[in-house]
Design a protein. Structure first.
Length: 132
């Protein structure tokens, strides 16, 4: 019998980690908003919907133009596109409203960000240090 186990813990990142997290959220938000705008413009002009793969194929050239997108993990950017695609699917199937642009001021962070985390535990087992 397979048993799933989950752990819930709070992380207290240091200043370097906070900077990386903020950059990741910012880049993910930028990619989401950029491609949402692109989908809206193409729909207005050509009356067709762009697919996920069309936009995913544009990511490498976008990263060459905007060098700061290379600073974060590429799977975060791809997940932003997947989230956008899922938002449109839910909209067209009547399960949600039309996708909206993400704001820096939103309290709710719904971005998916990937980090390489290394956890160390003290000998007494009391403290876990998380390093990015």
């Amino acid at each position: 019998m397979k048993i799933n186990k989950a752990y819930k813990f709070r992380m207290y990142p240091n200043e370097n980690q906070i900077e990386i997290i903020e950059k990741s959220f910012g880049c993910s938000r930028y990619v989401y908003n950029h491609f949402l705008n692109q989908r809206n413009e193409i729909y207005k002009a050509e009356k067709r919907c762009m697919k996920y793969t069309e936009q995913q194929n544009q990511l490498p050239s976008m990263k060459k133009e905007l060098v700061w997108l290379k600073e974060i993990d590429s799977t975060s950017l791809q997940m932003s596109l997947r989230n956008l695609d899922a938002a449109f699917k839910n909209f067209f199937e009547g399960r949600a409203d039309r996708p909206k642009f993400k704001s820096k001021r939103d309290n709710y962070r719904d971005s998916t960000v990937k980090f390489d985390l290394y956890m160390y535990q003290n000998i007494d087992g009391s403290t876990i240090f998380v390093h990015v």
